[in-house]
Design a protein around this ligand. Sequence first.
Ligand code: SF4
Length: 63
Amino acid sequence: METKKKNENIKCSVAQCKHNMVTENYCSLDCICVGTHEANPSVPECTDCFSFVKRSGETPAQG
Ligand code: SF4
């Protein structure tokens, strides 16, 4: 089991991401990669955290 450490430089409220602290709105990664899915981004909603990884506990175990 990995031990997560809060990165006070990266605030994030995406609790569905396995890198999120959940108990606090912070990311646990040392750095993240942010990008966009738009050809010409104009608002915050156009940007994405490419370091997002879905929390595994939310899907039923397979096999
Ligand atoms: S990897 Fe991205 S989405 Fe996941 S907790 Fe960190 S900042 Fe949030």
